[in-house]
Each structure stands twice: as C-alpha cells, then as structure tokens.
Design a protein around this ligand. Structure first.
Ligand SMILES: CC(C)(COP(=O)(O)OP(=O)(O)OC[C@H]1O[C@@H](n2cnc3c(N)ncnc32)[C@H](O)[C@@H]1OP(=O)(O)O)[C@@H](O)C(=O)NCCC(=O)NCCS
Length: 193
C-alpha cells in the first residue's frame, strides 16, 4: 500500500479538530476530545512548532490518521500515532511507524534514537513497536494516569539509528547487575568514594 506522511500547517487546524473529536483514543490520557480540548491541543503548538510536528498519514484509500513527532530538539525524539477508528486492526500501524523512522533518521542527523511510549494494556501498539524494529527499554510502573486517581504502567520502546540502518535489533541485558565489575551491584568506583 502506498502511504505518505504530509506535514501539517496552520491550515489543517479544523481538520485536526475534526479528526480528534470524531475518533476515540481509549489508551490516551484524553480518550474523547471535545471541540474545546481539541482546539486547545492545536493552540498549544503541538502540531507545528520547533518542538513538535504533526503529519497526516495519507494512503490511496484516503487519510488513515496522524502521527506527531515530539521533542524534536532532543537527540531522542518521540512520537504519538493515532489511526482513525475505521483504519485500525488492519496492519497499517507498522507501515506508519517505519515511515516515521525513515523520516526522522533521514532528515534529523543529530538523532541517535527514536522512542515511543504507550500504556501497558495497549496490546496493538506494543505489537506494532516490536514489528517495527523497536526494543522495549523501560517499564514505568504506575506511570500513566487512567482517571479516578488510578494509574497503569507506561512502557517505553526505542529504535537506534544504527539498527534502523542495518535492519537489526541490538538486544540489551535487563538483569545486568551481576555483570558489573566484581559481581556486586555497586561499581567499585562508587564504593571507594
Ligand atoms: C495502536 C495502533 C497504532 C495500532 O495500529 P494497527 O494498524 O491498528 O495495528 P495492527 O492491525 O497492525 O495490529 C497489531 C497487533 O495488535 C492486535 N490488535 C489490533 N487491534 C487490537 C485491539 N483493539 N485489541 C487487541 N489487539 C489488537 C492485532 O491483532 C495485531 O496482533 P498480532 O501482532 O498478534 O498479529 C492503532 O490501533 C491506533 O491508532 N489506535 C488508537 C491510538 C493509539 O492507541 N495509539 C498508540 C499511541 S502511542
């Protein structure tokens, strides 16, 4: 399927508000936008500013959704992907994430890593991260507000530029404490201070 990411401009404000208010996002902090909250999101500069840039995900069949690149000044930008409800569950997520990786790594030479986070129960997004060459790097317990003073975990995945270029996934050792010098959990240099 042919697919393109088209950068948003101020002329897209009404289209963004329509998209946000006519789709539900059950795993986002604001699941159901009102016209007011959607316009506030647009006014915050989230979709076109030095820090973040939104893109429409466009295919032959029409507009699939949007993706926002965030923290663009950092060496680890992040992203938020939202497909329209009628385009979910059809395998499009991986294509969009791979296109976002291509965009980031080809246009932002200072970027070494590209990261995304999602709520622990967002099975579809977690599968998409893995299919797109991302590796789970963190599990932030109680890091995601779900309302009524309740919290879920936030799970972080990232892809390295070198892995994007080579098509590999460099693994990490979760339980690496025993691999530290002399087998203790405290590096020698810290104990001798
Ligand atoms: C999350 C999202 C990007 C995933 O993209 P997608 O194209 O819908 O996902 P896919 O169709 O490729 O499905 C990926 C996997 O999740 C599964 N899946 C899809 N929808 C699911 C659902 N509602 N519940 C549980 N599993 C689901 C698929 O069966 C597939 O599983 P598999 O890898 O075992 O085959 C998309 O559904 C979406 O935009 N959702 C709303 C916004 C959102 O949650 N964004 C994430 C913010 S970072």
């Amino acid at each position: 399927m042919a697919m393109a990411l088209r950068p948003m401009t101020a002329g897209d404000a009404d289209g963004i508000v329509h998209f946000l208010t006519s789709n539900s996002f059950p795993f986002h902090v604001v699941a159901d936008h009102t016209d007011y909250s959607a316009r506030a999101a647009v006014a915050s500069g989230r979709f076109w500013s030095e820090e973040s840039q939104g893109y429409w995900v466009e295919a032959d069949s029409g507009r699939l959704g949007l993706v926002v690149l965030e923290d663009l000044q950092d060496d680890t930008p992040m992203f938020d992907l939202r497909l329209a409800e009628r385009h979910r569950g059809r395998g499009h997520g991986e294509l969009v994430v791979r296109a976002a990786c291509d965009l980031v790594f080809t246009t932002l030479p200072h970027v070494r890593r590209f990261e995304g986070q999602t709520r622990e129960d967002n099975r579809a997004m977690r599968r998409v991260f893995l299919r797109s060459g991302f590796l789970k790097e963190a599990h932030y317990r109680l890091g995601w507000p779900v309302g009524d003073n309740r919290f879920a975990a936030s799970v972080a995945y990232a892809i390295l530029r070198v892995d994007w270029a080579s098509g590999t996934v460099t693994p990490l050792e979760w339980d690496d404490e025993l691999a530290l010098p002399d087998g203790t959990t405290t590096p020698r240099s810290a104990r001798e201070r």
